[in-house]
Design a protein around this ligand. Structure first.
Ligand code: DC
Length: 218
């Protein structure tokens, strides 16, 4: 069994930024499980599967194979052998991933991939149900959150930096909707594991969050 750090929390809380930095400092492998759901979402978009139609999505799952690899330490997602890493981070893919991740067949498909990585390697794994469901015996569990306003502002700044035209209000609305979906779904909803440490990054710098989390880890 590897040494396992689980980091869960809502969209835009900074999980991936923080987890990457902790991984580097501690020599763990960073596993971004959201990217796996996004990889499958690309498949559903290609197949024009209706995310509200469980049967259709479950059916579409059958001919999708998601695997991960690392290039210079950076996680790559392969969908049926094709590297789709560069296509993962759009709102369209994120929304499809959020909707279809509520479907049991979709979660089932990725569960063993996630657990096997944690068995074999020292990992920091980020997602929504890592501490509660995927790795209930993780050595360290973190629930990383921040206010909706802070998360919306961070995403807004990130998009502006890339030159993307966007509205702060729309981003905040999107985040609220995503939170609602991720937290209220029947299967593996986003919630803090009882034994997870709550870290609210609203008024913290990235470095402060990294230092605090590293302090809990071996
Ligand atoms: O972290 P992210 O935004 O890349 O995740 C995309 C969607 O995938 C998110 O809305 C919920 C879902 N997800 C999940 O259900 N379980 C995980 N462990 C990770 C992500």
């Amino acid at each position: 069994m590897g040494y396992n750090v689980a980091i869960d929390g809502p969209a835009g809380a900074g999980k991936s930024t923080i987890a990457k930095l902790v991984a580097k400092k501690k020599g763990y492998i960073y596993v971004d499980t959201g990217a796996m759901y996004r990889g499958l979402a690309i498949h559903f978009l290609k197949k024009k599967a209706d995310p509200e139609d469980r049967q259709a999505v479950a059916e579409a799952c059958r001919d999708a194979e998601v695997t991960i690899g690392y290039e210079d330490g950076v996680q790559q997602i392969y969908l049926n052998g094709e590297n789709v890493t560069g296509m993962l981070r759009t709102e369209e893919v994120g929304n499809m991933a959020s909707k279809t991740s509520a479907i049991p067949e979709v979660r089932e498909k990725l569960l063993e991939l996630q657990r096997s990585l944690a068995r074999e390697k020292d990992v920091i794994m980020d997602g929504r149900d890592i501490g509660t469901n995927i790795l209930p015996n993780a050595d360290v569990k973190i629930y990383l959150t921040a206010s909706v306003e802070t998360r919306a502002r961070r995403r807004y700044d990130e998009l502006k930096e890339k030159g993307t035209d966007c509205s702060l209000d729309e981003i905040a609305r999107d985040i609220r909707e995503r939170d609602e979906r991720d937290m209220t779904r029947e299967i593996a909803p986003l919630k803090k594991a009882e034994d997870a440490i709550l870290v609210d990054s609203s008024d913290m710098t990235i470095q402060q969050v990294v230092d605090e989390i590293c302090g809990y880890c071996r």
